[in-house]
Design a protein around this ligand. Structure first.
Ligand code: KG4
Ligand code: ZN
Length: 353
């Protein structure tokens, strides 16, 4: 069974073909990141317009790379939430139209669940992908860490899960992006902060960890403010000093120390909760999804503190892609989940888990 997955929730226009929920046949992604970089973040109108231009060529690329014609495709899966409204609309309307005109079942996919399900891919016909040798097993603890989401979820089986906790404010990737801005580093901030952190002392500053009532929830607004106040204090200014003027007054050593200390604490915040959940639920597998899953610091801390090994998927599948949507779509189709009505499927920008 071959599923075409379509993903347009943020700034990546993506489509992919997956066979039987485990074999990746193609993964076409076109990012409009370069167009947003000058603004320091994704501009929704620019993202939506880019999706309109890129959608059809990206789908054609995914079919060509998979050596498939429409006759080889058994169903279409599409992200209907969460995400930017204008961006989601392009993917959903495209998928609805294709489901009707090509006469294929349509599956509506939750983007955040997709980030976890991409870990079920264990084979590919493509070169340049390093996939885990085996699929995760249930119970499965899932940590989603991206620019838009930070969630901890326990799956007892397919489609049977409980959201244990999530962020109360910024997602972890968003915190990396905001700290990068304070330090004058390019967008997206995660990779730039990670790189600079290698040159700094992770214990130079003791930034606060969020303490929330609910056991598995977390927050990143406190640490972000602490980074700002520390940077202002280091250059001898008070809290009224604008963040845009900080990077030119900080020394390279101060920036590296701030990056390293921030990264250590931000990562520890999610690792603490993951370890706690591991002890409570004793899962057979732990899987990580989202752009921050490629953080070397996150991988290091998890390896040090969890008693089981995490099998990571290829970094190209950690960021937004169509393969994650096609993989979860395969399980929807295989396990008899209801298909969506192609005449009425709506987007759900605030979809939760
Ligand atoms: O999953 P993703 O591509 O998009 C969303 O669905 O949000 O994640 C992008 C996020 C960005 O915030 C980026 O800064 C972060 O992932 N990121 C990292 C690293 N690589 C990407 N954060 C920390 N360390 C990294 N190495
Ligand atoms: Zn995502």
């Amino acid at each position: 069974m071959r599923i075409l997955g379509i993903e347009t929730s943020c700034d990546e226009t993506a489509a992919a073909v997956v066979e039987d929920g485990r074999k990746l046949l193609s993964n076409a992604v076109l990012s409009s990141m370069d167009l947003h970089a000058v603004y320091g973040g994704v501009v929704p109108e620019i993202a939506a317009r880019s999706h309109m231009e890129a959608m059809t060529p990206v789908i054609n690329q995914a079919l060509t790379d998979a050596k498939c014609t429409w006759d080889d495709i058994d169903a279409i899966a599409v992200t209907y939430g969460a995400g930017l409204g204008g961006s989601l609309l392009v993917g959903v309307l495209t998928a609805r139209t294709l489901a009707i005109t090509k006469d294929k079942p349509l599956y509506a996919i939750n983007h955040v669940e997709g980030h976890i399900y991409v870990n079920f891919l264990t084979e590919t016909t493509l070169s340049g992908y390093s996939l885990p040798a085996q699929a995760p097993e249930f119970p499965m603890l899932g940590l989603i860490v991206s620019g838009g989401h930070s969630q901890l979820v326990i799956w007892r089986d397919h489609f049977d899960y409980t959201l244990l906790g999530q962020t109360h404010d910024d997602a972890i990737g968003e915190a990396f992006d905001k700290v990068a801005k304070i330090l004058g580093l390019p967008y997206p901030g995660g990779p730039s902060v990670s790189k600079l952190a290698l040159k700094g002392d992770p214990y130079a500053y003791s930034f606060p960890k969020s303490r929330l009532q609910s056991k598995y929830d977390y927050s990143f607004s406190g640490i972000k403010t602490a980074v700002l106040r520390t940077a202002q204090a280091e250059i001898g200014e008070d809290h009224t000093f604008p963040s845009s003027g900080l990077s030119e007054r900080l020394t390279e050593a101060q920036k590296a120390n701030i990056a390293a200390s921030f990264q250590r604490i931000a990562v520890e915040t999610v690792v603490d909760k993951t370890v706690q959940a591991f002890e409570e639920f004793q899962p057979k597998s732990v899987v990580i999804g989202g752009g921050v899953a490629s953080s070397p610091e996150l991988r290091k801390q998890l390896a040090e503190r969890l008693p089981i090994e995490i099998l990571y998927t290829d970094p190209k599948l950690c960021t937004d892609n169509g393969a994650m949507i096609a993989t979860l779509g395969s399980f929807h189709a295989k396990l008899g989940q209801p298909a969506a009505d192609p005449y009425s499927l709506e987007i759900a920008p605030n979809l939760s888990m």
